[in-house]
Design a binder for this molecule. Structure first.
Ligand SMILES: C[S@@+](CC[C@H](N)C(=O)[O-])C[C@H]1O[C@@H](n2cnc3c(N)ncnc32)[C@H](O)[C@@H]1O
Length: 339
């Protein structure tokens, strides 16, 4: 899906081959970024067709009875897998569970199953499945419960479409959590002064923002953001520029969302020691008096010390994620009344 807002109720999600409307009964694992599990669970509790039966550091296990479409619009998970203990479980799911939503013949791949790998491949092939490691619908991976059969059609990118990515682009699930923390209200102005390829602005476009503003000091990423926001409903203003000197008046934006340079892949800790104070001063200046910023970084001590030293802002919440070997935190920063 592009940035044009929520899909219409009858919209077809990414993978056209999955039968999303067939009612299925199954035990499913929805995997997400550690740090986002609470938000995923909260969304699932709203769903009458899902009952939460387990939580893991990176996912939620549910007993599900309904059409997969009920789960397709949820943006808080990356992969969905059928949990099966043995071959009988796979056969049952193929009959009446989520694997029944995969068209005939199901194309599969067997992942890191060790010595179970080749026997499973042979048994599946013998029962009519097609071994297609490069073009699969179902990927079998090991799981404490036995096997997790991931449905390719329920991957995040299959459901919502591929975005143009920058090397340090924000993980979409983290972007979803950050925008939830930002509490964007209908019609508000949302700024990302470190927009990269615009993942956070794409998410803001879905959340009812009235205007999107984005900047990056690298022209390439401004172009990528423009591409990712093509078709977005709210008006978009993008420019190449430095987050330390925003060309915006005081009290101009309601929300700021940004994935700051962590000082590892993007920038350096040394660079951040001057970048963070200058950028935070600008963020504090352009935010309205009821403004709110959600800022992601792994350079945490520097960030928290900088907020303490910046006039007019304070941290009210911190959520820590684990992603790609990093442990960044999203900080919710609000403006102090009477600044
Ligand atoms: C972590 S990335 C942002 C990723 C982005 N949220 C996305 O999903 O693609 C940080 C971005 O900040 C930009 N940047 C670094 N220093 C900057 C500065 N002083 N002013 C504006 N942009 C800057 C980098 O070019 C990079 O694209």
């Amino acid at each position: 899906m592009n940035a044009g807002g929520d899909p219409a109720p009858d919209a077809t999600y990414g993978d056209p081959v999955l039968d999303l409307d067939r009612p299925v009964t199954d035990r499913l694992l929805l995997r997400t970024v550690p740090g986002a599990v609470d938000y995923l669970a909260e969304e699932l509790r709203e769903l009458p067709t899902a009952g939460i039966v387990g939580r893991r550091h990176d996912g939620v296990v549910i007993e599900f009875a309904g059409p997969l479409r009920d789960l397709a619009a949820n943006r808080y998970y990356t992969t969905l897998a059928v949990l099966t203990a043995d071959d009988a479980g796979i056969a049952r799911s193929r009959e009446s569970g989520a694997l029944a939503a995969v068209p005939e013949p199901p194309r599969f791949r067997v992942g890191r199953l060790g010595e179970r790998r080749w026997p499973l491949r042979d048994r599946l092939t013998a029962s009519g499945w097609r071994n297609a490691p490069g073009d699969w619908d179902v990927n079998f991976e090991p799981d404490p419960e036995g096997t997790a059969a991931e449905l390719g059609g329920m991957y995040w990118t299959s459901r919502f479409g591929e975005l143009v990515r920058a090397p340090a682009s924000t993980t979409p699930v983290i972007a979803t959590v950050m925008l939830r923390l930002a509490k964007v209200q209908e019609g508000q102005r949302v700024l990302d002064p470190f927009c990269g390829a615009g993942t956070l602005l794409v998410e803001a476009a879905r959340g009812g923002a009235g205007r999107l503003l984005g900047a990056d000091h690298d022209r390439r990423w401004v172009r990528s953001t423009r591409e990712n926001l093509a078709g977005a409903h709210p008006p978009v203003t993008l420019w190449r520029g430095d987050a330390r000197a925003l060309p915006l008046p005081d009290d101009h934006v309601d929300r700021v969302v940004a994935n700051l340079p962590f000082g590892k892949r993007v920038g350096s800790h040394r660079g951040n020691t001057t970048l963070y104070p200058a950028a935070l001063a600008e963020i504090a200046r352009v935010l309205t008096r009821t403004g709110r910023a959600v800022l992601l970084t792994e350079d945490k001590r520097l960030f928290t010390e900088t907020v303490q030293r910046t006039r007019g802002v304070r941290i009210v919440k911190q959520i820590t994620f684990t992603t790609g070997g990093a442990h960044p935190s999203a900080y919710v920063v609000t403006t102090r009344r009477g600044r």
